[in-house]
Design a protein around this ligand. Structure first.
Ligand code: GLU
Length: 553
């Protein structure tokens, strides 16, 4: 074991002692039983919906217990780092109303009582703890090259032994001090490894707040804690940064994906070696996707809906998406309406150990149900906010015709038993409501258009011209519709299917075929909300204008 002077010579002479950090970052002043949680994304340029799920759970558990939720950017893997990743997180947290209390995207920005909140800016802190472990002989320098490491694993495989850097397979674990000093003096690059006390084949138990008692194979590897000395700044591995940061930032509950569950034995050893009191863990099962009869993890590579951008670009109302995610976390919340699902605290004992299924069809239903409950001004605000980024032309139209927009949104929504549910995503607005706006409506001009259902162009034209000439806008729905009945009759359409079927050759078609011509001319589609109500919103002049847009065959 290297003596203290030799260890200290490897570090800057002004490197603070660990006690200084302990004092700088004291225990948090939170009520008993309150959770201090965090979200620790790596800035790789992709915000996974699973990240939003984890952040949401973390934040909820902290806030409902009177604790604190903070964001820590885990950027020690600088090779994977992508510029602008912070802004992407900020945008996603804003959209889903998941801003942290502390950390880079909070209102205090990079500042805060436990700053810095970026691992790349905490390198000095890690070094103090590495030095401490080395002074105590709990960590040591390792000069093994890539090739040497590969050779060790190869030999272990041949002998059918567990691979890794441990015991007699760890050449630098008990190396001669003289040899170590010689290599250090020569300036050979090295990493620092933990001297693990775990034995091959031993098991370890721990309690996960979501999974209960977990038993796993203990870690026997002398894991790397500080990456190569060949590059500056010297950065820790994820494992080491996790232990130091969650200790110093006074996290009490680590909420993270269950891909980290198998690392817990290593983390327990690190906490113990560092003399830290243990944090609690809650490992979340991953979001899944149904594929045929099997389920697999939602994949960034294969599934568009794995990306947060998928939800933002399509304009799924974010409160409904969040409520959906909360229902995935705690199934009783899936039974609640969106506002209740958003405000009912999550419970650790309601999480399932199987990964919940993300079903975008179900999500769209929830969104449509939710939008159906919103007053028109809120719907309009949602569409506008989305369109500002994704459909600027629509914003202009909405700004110019606000009253029309509000009236259009309220068609078949107010005072009816089954309100319309044709808006699941804000991007559906153009398709479902665009026809109300002259600027977004394309006049139907061709009497042979297939939307007229194969009626002879002459008949289509005659119907339109006749109605335009005699059109009466006033009156209640039955009065208004009577003019369509009369129109159909004048042009030889049977009043109902029964009459028509008795003698098809005697008629041009049925009332509904004639009514369809009017509907297509007024709305551009064969299906639309109640036509009478639509005409109330459009006004007589615009209705007649649309009827007259048809060209003579
Ligand atoms: N930076 C880790 C990741 O990207 C976070 C793991 C953790 O929350 O401890 O998955």
């Amino acid at each position: 074991m290297l003596d203290r002077a030799a260890v200290d010579s490897l570090f800057p002479s002004d490197l603070p002692e660990t006690e200084e950090w302990e004092q700088r970052y004291p225990a948090r002043d939170v009520p008993d039983g309150a959770f201090v949680t965090r979200f620790g994304p790596s800035p790789t340029g992709f915000v996974h919906i699973g990240g939003i799920y984890t952040a949401m759970v973390s934040r909820d558990l902290a806030h409902s217990s009177g604790g604190v939720y903070y964001l820590r950017i885990e950027d020690t893997d600088q090779a994977r780092e992508v510029a602008g990743a912070d802004a992407q997180f900020a945008r996603a947290f804003d959209a889903f109303d998941l801003r942290p209390d502390e950390g880079p995207t909070s209102s205090t920005g990079d500042g805060g009582p436990y700053a810095p909140y970026r691992q790349s800016e905490r390198s000095t802190i890690y070094l103090s703890y590495v030095r401490e472990l080395m002074r105590r002989g709990r960590a040591y320098p390792d000069f093994a090259t890539k090739d040497e490491l590969a050779e060790i694993s190869e030999r272990q495989r041949t002998l059918k032994l567990p691979t890794g850097y441990y015991g007699r397979w760890a050449p630098w674990r008990d190396a001669d001090d003289a040899e170590v000093l010689r290599r250090l003096e020569a300036g050979d690059p090295y990493v620092v490894r933990l001297r693990s006390e775990g034995k091959v084949g031993e098991r370890v138990g721990f309690t996960d707040r979501l999974r209960g008692r977990v038993e796993a194979e203990d870690n026997h590897n002398d894991v790397v804690i500080l990456k190569t000395s060949a590059t500056e700044p010297r950065l820790p591995t994820y494992h080491f940064a996790h232990a130091v940061d969650d200790h110093l930032m006074r996290t009490s509950l680590v909420v993270r994906g269950d891909e980290w569950l198998s690392s817990v034995p290593t983390h327990l050893q690190l906490f113990a070696a560092l003399g830290f009191s243990q944090v609690e863990y809650a490992h979340l099962a991953p979001l899944m996707k149904q594929e045929g009869s099997s389920r697999r993890k939602l994949s960034k590579r294969k599934d568009a809906e794995a990306s947060v951008d998928f939800y933002l670009e399509a304009g799924y109302p974010t409160p409904a998406v969040l409520a959906y995610l909360r229902g995935l976390a705690n199934s009783p919340l899936a039974e609640l309406g969106v506002p209740e699902a958003l405000t009912t605290p999550l419970r650790l004992d309601e999480f399932q150990s199987a990964g919940p299924l993300v079903d975008t069809v179900k999500l769209a239903d929830i969104c449509a149900d939710h939008v159906a409950t919103l007053p028109a001004p809120e719907v309009l605000a949602g569409v506008r906010a989305w369109a500002r980024t994704y459909d600027p032309e629509l914003v202009e139209v909405l700004d110019e015709h606000e009253a029309l927009a509000l009236a259009a949104i309220d068609v078949e929504r107010v005072g009816v038993e089954n309100p319309r549910k044709d808006l699941a995503r804000w991007s559906d607005f153009r398709t479902a409501y665009g026809f109300f706006f002259p600027a977004l409506f394309t006049d139907v001009t061709d009497p042979a258009d297939e939307r007229f259902g194969g009626l002879a162009p002459e008949i289509v034209y005659a119907l339109a011209a006749d109605l335009a000439a005699v059109y009466t806008h006033e009156g209640d729905q039955p009065t208004w519709f009577q003019q369509i009945r009369d129109l159909a009759e004048r042009h030889g359409f049977a009043p109902n299917p029964k009459t028509y079927k008795k003698d098809p050759d005697a008629y041009a078609g049925m009332l509904r075929d004639a009514a369809n011509v009017v509907r297509v001319l007024v709305t551009g589609a064969q299906r639309s909300p109640d036509l009478y109500e639509v005409t109330r919103v459009l006004g007589a002049e615009e209705v007649v204008r649309r009827l007259e847009a048809l060209e003579r065959p």
